[in-house]
Design a binder for this molecule. Structure first.
Ligand code: ATP
Ligand code: MG
Length: 573
């Protein structure tokens, strides 16, 4: 058997929550004999997003902490929308997040489509027991007969068909003798139930569609509500965790399993559905349908566009699995629907990256600085820590010479109040280098500054005794122009201008931020020659950046901005 274990283990225990309390209580009463089995059940109809990450961290995290197992189950009963591409992307995403579905050498990866035979057999059993019937009303008739929140539904004229007749019709449905929409199989529950989901829900419908795994073997497909609870029971899931919108489906979940337990198919205790609130993240969309729309209409450059809240997008953007898991831990699990601010997500990322990311200098908007009294042929070396809080990680060394690159906004001709960087007559420290005094600037015929001039104090080098004799308020980063490595840097901002782009049924496309991507030609420290894909750095004073793993070429690095150093969204400057 191929191993599906993940050696990039997802680490330590998460804080407690109401679901863990339920499990603790079940363990105390030995309801499951101490067994804890959860499942993560994506439909392979799109790429996973940050909302799924919450569900993944919850389900796999519980399995890990209770020495149980979390099944990866593909809930693939909508043939039209599902594909192997999506299955593969989901497997990759869960593994990348640091989880696996292996226990005692067995890979717990399942497909609802593997249960089609069982699901069909159980449907026949329900028919035989008078618990399901074939309805031959049109979809429109069924909709009208369904009633509303205030009105009970009306029983179908076909509701009292005999089990024999239902069985014959259902078998003919399976045999492909009818057209789509001609018949459906419905559970026989209660047309006047206050819960609309209990008004004889559809269990099977006819679809002449090719399925990516079962090909053309089936022309009837089971509905989600019917499939899900049975899949849980077949896999002996103990705690079936889902989002709050399924709360009203729980009576149906329990009804189906209880009927099948009464029929001798399953033994009790039966899996228990527990609902938690979904993740809503500001400035992001967490609907697969809408994400698909962003991709197909070309608003972004694919599922893995670094602005997308998909796992592949977040990965390409430079987010770390640890940062995403930290975020999921911080937001916790409750039953209250709420919006989580994007800054919480970014904060978790910064907290993870701050400790990990080596420091380097990068000039993103370059302007020449010429040290007029620096000998033209002199090259000196400066050193700086790789990480200010980890001296054991060593130092980096980079040259200084007469001509440097600095950030354009580190020079002004006339300083506003509180500006301590370069302006004529002012002294600043070139970080890890010398103190210089600005003497003026060269301009082109339009009056644009093209180069800044200064003189340096040869006895002021950082780390030497003389350094302390110069008191300066400004401290800027720089790169030796002859040695700096050119790079493309992609500055990403939030994809949407509005915190809740799709709230209240609004057209989320109108909230797209036209400035969510800006590409600049930047310069990096000479050490940037040794970059590896997905290397992450802190560019001093700028933020965290990652080497883009698709577009970077040896000698031609491309960086994505992961996140700035501080939360500056919506603030000027
Ligand atoms: P669809 O819109 O296609 O139904 P979905 O977002 O419900 O998509 P599924 O593939 O059905 O996606 O979801 C797999 C699991 O992830 C489900 O258990 C679902 O509850 C959970 N999930 C999906 N979105 C979120 C979210 N925003 N927050 C928490 N859990 C989520
Ligand atoms: Mg769903």
């Amino acid at each position: 058997m191929t191993t599906e274990r993940n050696d990039n283990d997802a680490g330590a225990a998460a804080p407690s929550n109401f679901i863990r309390h339920i499990i603790d209580e079940d363990n105390r009463t030995a309801k499951w004999g101490g067994r804890v089995e959860t499942r993560f059940p994506p439909e392979p109809n799109g790429y996973l997003h940050v909302g799924h990450a919450k569900s993944i961290c919850l389900n796999f995290g519980i399995a890990r902490d209770y020495s149980g197992v979390c099944h990866l189950r593909f809930d693939d009963t909508n043939p039209e929308k599902e594909s192997v591409e999506y299955v593969d992307s989901i497997v990759d995403a869960v593994r990348w997040l640091g989880f696996d579905w292996e226990k005692d050498g067995k890979a717990h990866r399942y497909y609802a489509s593997d249960y089609y035979d069982d699901l069909y057999r159980f449907a026949e059993l329900l028919i035989e027991r008078g618990k399901a019937y074939v309805d031959s009303q049109s979809a429109e008739e069924m909709r009208l007969a369904r009633g509303s929140l205030t009105e009970p539904g009306k029983p179908s004229p076909y509701r009292e068909r005999s089990p024999e007749e239902n069985l014959a019709l259902f078998r003919r449905m399976k045999a492909g003798e009818f057209k789509e929409g001609e018949h459906v199989l419905r559970a026989k529950i209660d047309m006047s139930s206050p819960n609309v989901n209990m008004r004889d829900p559809v269990l099977y419908r006819i679809r002449f569609a090719h399925h990516y795994r079962t090909a053309d073997q089936w022309c009837i497909y089971p509905m989600y509500d019917y499939t899900h609870c049975i899949s849980d029971a077949l896999e002996q899931i103990t705690h079936s965790l889902c989002t709050l919108e399924f709360e009203d489906h729980r009576p149906l979940y329990d009804w189906i399993l209880n009927e099948l337990a009464d029929a001798g198919v399953f033994t009790r205790p039966l899996p228990q559905q527990i609902e938690f609130s979904r993740l809503n993240l500001t400035y992001a969309i967490t609907s697969k349908r809408k994400l698909l729309q962003l991709v197909t209409e070309g608003h972004v450059d694919g599922w893995d566009d670094p602005r997308m809240p998909t796992i592949v997008g977040l990965r390409r953007r430079g987010f770390t699995p640890e940062g995403i898991r930290l975020f999921c831990e911080r937001i916790g699990v409750t039953k209250v629907d709420s919006w989580i601010d994007m800054s919480v997500f970014e904060g978790a990322l910064r907290d993870d990256l701050d400790d990990k990311a080596p420091r380097t200098a990068a000039v993103l908007d370059p302007l020449k600085l010429i040290i007029d009294n620096f000998p033209a042929d002199l090259i000196e070396h400066c050193t700086a820590p790789v990480h200010p809080h980890h001296p054991e990680r060593g130092v980096r060394t980079f040259p200084i010479s007469r001509e440097l690159w600095i950030e354009r906004d580190d020079f002004v001709e006339t300083p506003p109040k509180g500006y301590f960087r370069l302006y004529p007559g002012n002294k600043v420290r070139l970080r890890y280098g010398y103190v210089v005094e600005c003497t003026g600037a060269d301009k082109d015929e339009h009056g644009n500054v093209v180069a800044v001039h200064c003189n340096y104090y040869p006895d002021s080098k950082s780390g030497t005794e003389g350094a302390n004799t110069y008191k300066v308020k400004g401290n800027i980063h720089w790169l030796s122009a002859a040695h700096a490595v050119p790079a493309e840097v992609r500055l990403y901002d939030r994809l949407f201008k509005e915190a809740q782009p799709d709230a209240g049924g609004r057209d989320f496309l109108e909230a797209l931020n036209p400035e969510s991507k800006r590409v600049v030609n930047a310069y990096l420290e000479p050490g940037a020659h040794a970059l590896q894909p997905e290397d992450r750095y802190q560019f001093e004073r700028h933020g965290y950046f990652v080497v883009d793993h698709y577009d970077s070429k040896p000698g031609k690095p491309v960086f994505n901005r992961i996140v700035s150093l501080r939360d500056s969204w919506g603030k000027p400057g």
